[in-house]
Ligand binder design. Structure first.
Ligand SMILES: Cc1ncc(COP(=O)(O)O)c(C=O)c1O
Length: 412
């Protein structure tokens, strides 16, 4: 028999989680990058309340944290990795990976010129020399060809982003690294920033398996969320894992460390989220194909993203491009007009990182002249909303709104 406490928890959970959402409109707008990347169900709320209820004894509190270890185990199993360490954010995961490299003055780390600026901040934070490289104009991920042009004998790592929900070409990057080994440390380590690609796949593996190490974010906009913040590091390298665990959990006999642990509340929610991740990504993919089809028919002049063979796209961002003649000002006018007139927000995810004012990257001497391909993508890209809970009516509204927006900027 269900206890009265369990029954009460279930009743509260059902009340807290809405089951219906108003259709997208000017009155009910949606941002290009939804503020909650996935969604919660009563199951997460139940898990949360159960942990709360079992932590109220002052002699025990939140101390035993089996949920954290279980979440790491389930996450490692999902990605097919040997090891996983749960941490407070994608930012701390990035910092730990960079710390584990023990960078020395002059050591270089290559990263895509346009992505989330925090990825680059982690390199600078550990004293690495940030070397930017071009994006591939079809996948918008790091171009292995351009990495090969920019790699040197000082390159220690390639910090690549699995951007927009699409895996980066890890095998190709590892091949490039092998052809140009560092004289002391060997081939550059390929590290994947999978903050935007939880649940994506590549050549029959899940993102998180390939490469030396992979970093995830569970921030509220991401594909797996743990109450606003959270992150994970996965690796198959036992030595690297010892280092990461020490860094995030007060060190070991060998290594310095501090505290980057997540709470058991977050882990309990993460355990529910990881159980349903695959089916949620499938819902997202179903909506992505529907929207791609609508856009191809109604807005044929825009460049649509693709899923290359051997890749399993999680469609975190459905990044499109306006035609070349609409680059820059007209694209920017579209970004402004759409939410104001249709309630459909668009996001640019992301500009070349050196373009962002108010950040250290703005003053490091990088300029568009060195990255013509990436600069062009940065001037033309935009992403309409994508989410597993978009209805057919929402998808129709997004496509029609984009048609209207393109007609508007064509006349400017
Ligand atoms: C590509 C990428 N890397 C890293 C991060 C940082 O993750 P967090 O916000 O969890 O620190 C984000 C987004 O937040 C991101 O999009």
């Amino acid at each position: 028999m269900e206890s009265s406490k369990t029954a009460a928890i279930k009743a509260v959970a059902r009340q807290i989680v809405p089951t219906e959402f108003p259709p997208i409109s000017k009155e009910h707008p949606v941002p290009g990058e939804p503020s909650l990347g996935t969604w919660y169900t009563p199951e997460e709320v139940e898990a949360l309340l159960e942990v709360m209820a079992s932590s109220m004894d002052w002699r025990v509190g939140f101390h035993p944290q089996p949920e954290v270890g279980e979440f790491e185990k389930e996450f490692a199993a999902f990605t097919g990795s040997n090891y996983a360490f749960a941490c407070t954010s994608g930012g701390t995961a990035l910092d730990m990976a960079m710390m584990a490299l023990d960078l020395e003055p002059g050591d270089e780390v290559i990263s895509p010129a346009a992505t989330y600026p925090g990825t680059h901040t982690s390199i600078i934070g550990q004293g690495g020399k940030l070397v930017l490289a071009e994006l591939d104009p079809v996948t918008y991920n790091l171009s292995p060809e351009d990495v090969e042009r920019r790699i040197t004998k000082n390159t220690r790592a390639i910090l690549v982003v699995h951007d927009h929900g699409l895996s980066a070409p890890i095998d190709e990057l590892e091949e490039v690294a092998k052809r140009h080994p560092h004289p002391k440390h060997g081939p550059a380590k390929v590290i994947g920033d999978a903050a935007r690609a939880c649940g994506a796949g590549y050549k029959g593996t899940k993102v998180g398996k390939k490469g030396w190490m992979t970093l995830f974010s569970f921030h509220t906009q991401k594909l797996l969320v743990t109450l606003g913040e959270g992150g994970m590091v996965t690796t198959d390298d036992s030595e690297a894992f010892d280092r990461i665990r020490a860094l995030g959990n007060w060190g070991s006999e060998k290594y310095w460390g501090t505290n980057y642990r997540i709470s058991k509340l977050q882990a309990a929610v993460g355990l529910v989220q990881i159980k349903h991740l695959a089916e949620k990504v499938e819902k997202r993919r179903a909506n992505a194909w529907k929207l791609l089809d609508l856009l191809a028919k109604r807005v044929p002049e825009i460049v649509l993203p693709t899923e290359p063979e051997g890749y399993y796209h999680a469609w975190y961002l459905m990044t499109c491009m306006v035609p070349k003649e609409f680059a820059g000002e007209k694209r920017n006018a579209l970004l402004k007009w759409m939410p104001e007139n249709t309630g459909v927000g668009l996001v640019v995810g992301n500009q070349p990182t050196y373009r962002y004012p108010g950040r250290i990257l703005h003053h490091m001497g990088f300029s568009d002249a060195d990255f013509p391909v990436t600069a062009d993508i940065g001037d033309r890209m935009f992403a309409p909303p994508m989410h597993g809970l978009l209805t057919d009516a929402d998808l129709e509204h997004i496509a029609d709104s984009l048609r209207a927006g393109m007609d508007y900027i064509a006349k400017l």
